[in-house]
Design a protein around this ligand. Sequence first.
Ligand SMILES: Cc1cc2nc3c(=O)[nH]c(=O)nc-3n(C[C@H](O)[C@H](O)[C@H](O)COP(=O)(O)OP(=O)(O)OC[C@H]3O[C@@H](n4cnc5c(N)ncnc54)[C@H](O)[C@@H]3O)c2cc1C
Length: 423
Amino acid sequence: MTDTFDIAIVGGGMVGASLAAALDGLGLRLALIEAVPHDSQASPSFDERTTALSNGSRRILETVGVWGALASAATPIRKIHVSDQGHFGFARVDAAEQGLSAMGFVVPNRAMGAALWGRIAGMPDLRVFCPAEVLRVTANDRSVELDVVERGIASTIRTRLVVAADGIHSAVRSAFGVDADVRDYEQTAVITTVLPQKFHDHVAYERFTASGPLALLPLADGRCTLVLTLKPAMAETALTWSDAEFLAEVQRRFGFRLGRFLKVGRRVPYPLSLSRSHKTSTGRCVIIGNAAQSLHPVAGMGFNLGLRDVASLAELIAEHRGAGHAYAGHAYAGRAYAGRADSGDAGMLAEYDAWRAADRGGIIGFTDGLVRVFSNPLGLVQRLRNVGLLAFDMLPPAKAALSRLSTGAAGRVPKLARGVPLR
Ligand SMILES: Cc1cc2nc3c(=O)[nH]c(=O)nc-3n(C[C@H](O)[C@H](O)[C@H](O)COP(=O)(O)OP(=O)(O)OC[C@H]3O[C@@H](n4cnc5c(N)ncnc54)[C@H](O)[C@@H]3O)c2cc1C
């Protein structure tokens, strides 16, 4: 059986499901193909982690109708505190100083899964294939066919545009022959929650240590999400420690700003690398989210960047559709698509690539630079990084620039990030 769609999104994780929500109401026939149900323990996207969302991301989620279901699970970040273990320099960013009520929000990934999938569940023009796998991709210049198997039943999806939102190891990106540069950071993030003696007071902490950064993000119930970055061998050992041993090590690295750490949750390891695809579109395929770029979580920017991929792409698709670039009709694909705008239009995808290039390059460079500078034990770099942190604390424009960078407020800001709906 062959079904015809305007857009097929492969991957219904944080980014793919957000795109489906953003495209609602545009009169497009949409398919979403996801391998693992969002509420399964095995979901690689909606798992134990929490995500720090920028204000821009909150606004996008609000505009596409997701924030309402997420707000009660979100904890505001009022201040960010950055320090370097064993060194003098530290920096603070205060939302109030920036004229903001919060620097961002921390949301549990599982709550995000429930909110996103709850939002798209009722979309009349969306057909969800889940759990489903793409077995084969056949592309020509008019359309793409995806052979899909869902619960043992095979079918074919014909579409004008395929969106690769299938994560760092994107099979769709590979099927279209697009390579990615991958650099292993030789670090593993161990994620868990800790309960400190003192209330976190809505401060997010980032502390650089010799073996990698440590982040504490505030949670609604007074606990904090801990992201402890370690050398891989050390991370393996840390998973075998008793709770008391683990907490003692965290205490040693973080100090006593929040008093003693009293309890720790389940520990889960994530090996870290930088992956960057050579292109963000090719033929009738556009590559977004982790499939396009997967970052070190040090600055908490991966999903925020992916969500801006979503907002920009959805805006261009909406504009292109509104401009009435109807497909002229071809004997092969013409009947099904007659009179409909071509959602895989090459000009539109070229515009997407150009729009995303600066934001993408800037955030990848910033995040990678942060990891490199703070992993470098050389004396000069050590001194510079202290000076850097102190200067950063004394220079309000530098802080404002960081805020702008992390909210994506530089360059052309997508409508959804400004609170403007697409329809
Ligand atoms: C430890 C850690 C902490 C992080 N913290 C933050 C943070 O605080 N803030 C932030 O902005 N970002 C953060 N990130 C980054 C963020 O998690 C990612 O940017 C985000 O998950 C990307 O979402 P995605 O949907 O592109 O990819 P994924 O989350 O990987 O989702 C891909 C989806 O595609 C599905 N899939 C894969 N292959 C197929 C296939 N062949 N067919 C069908 N479906 C398929 C998968 O099942 C999955 O649901 C963090 C990352 C890590 C590792």
